[in-house]
Design a protein around this ligand. Structure first.
Ligand code: ZN
Length: 251
């Protein structure tokens, strides 16, 4: 961790001192107003960093997801706290959990599925870099002998990709990772070859991607290329990044 990262973590820890001695409950995180929600959010994010608490994703997370800062407004003063965090969220496709399942039919009405999926707004979904549908695992796969790639190998690849990013941004103030790139850095560090640019242009038109989604595709593709140890973002890296864009009724 860098000195700056350590200071940010210490600030978050001090902010969540109220909850550190006991396991927080869902009722402690209920929104009752925007400023109250901000306090709740600060704690949630802090605790999430420390204890990996599973919190309810809500609209009040839009600002910190965008700016990496939580602002708490009170009658006499306004305070801002650092709130950069990695959000990992999961949800069912519908209330019964089987919408889209290949073997078991969903028992929900179509309108119920749509209403359920719209509980997360488009702007929130537009701020999540990668969306993955996780289908049912086959019995053969579940009981097979293939152990898959070891965590040690994955860790080595991630560490190496992180090092590439630190070196890339060594002269860029306030940025240490691809996820933090603003538009000027995306233009500088995500240059595309002609075939890659054509692929992205096609995806933007076909999927109706927003400007934010376009830059997100480039940032994710940059990370996929880093994980592969490649200097140049290639067509296959872009194709994988495009796959992680949300699609279906929720878009
Ligand atoms: Zn269902």
């Amino acid at each position: 961790m860098t000195v700056e990262s350590r200071l940010l973590l210490a600030a978050r820890m001090s902010l969540s001192y109220r909850c550190r001695d006991r396991r927080p409950t869902q009722s402690q995180f209920r929104s009752v107003g925007i400023s109250f929600a901000s306090v709740e959010l600060s704690d949630s994010i802090s605790i999430t960093v420390l204890n990996r608490l599973f919190v309810r994703v809500s609209e009040v997370m839009r600002q910190p997801m965008e700016d990496g800062v939580v602002t708490i407004a009170r009658a006499r003063e306004t305070l801002s706290f650092p709130a950069k965090f990695m959000l990992i969220a999961a949800r069912n496709p519908c209330p019964c959990g089987y919408y889209g399942d290949a073997t078991r039919p969903c028992s929900c009405a179509e309108a119920t599925v749509t209403r359920y999926q719209k509980r997360l707004s488009g702007p929130i979904l537009d701020r999540i870099d990668m969306h993955l549908a996780i289908p049912r695992v086959d019995f053969e796969q579940l009981t097979g002998d293939d152990p898959g790639e070891s965590s040690t190998a994955v860790r080595a690849r991630v560490t190496s990709a992180r090092e590439r990013q630190w070196q890339r941004f060594v002269e860029v103030h306030g940025i240490t990772s691809n996820a933090e790139m603003r538009v000027p850095e995306v233009r500088t560090f995500c240059e595309l070859e002609a075939s890659g640019a054509a692929l992205v242009r096609n995806a933007v038109e076909r999927l109706g991607l927003s400007a934010r989604a376009y830059h997100r595709v480039l940032r994710v593709a940059r990370t996929i290329a880093d994980l592969a140890g490649e200097y140049q973002i290639q067509r296959m890296h872009l194709a994988e990044a495009i796959q992680y864009q949300p699609r279906g009724p929720e878009r």
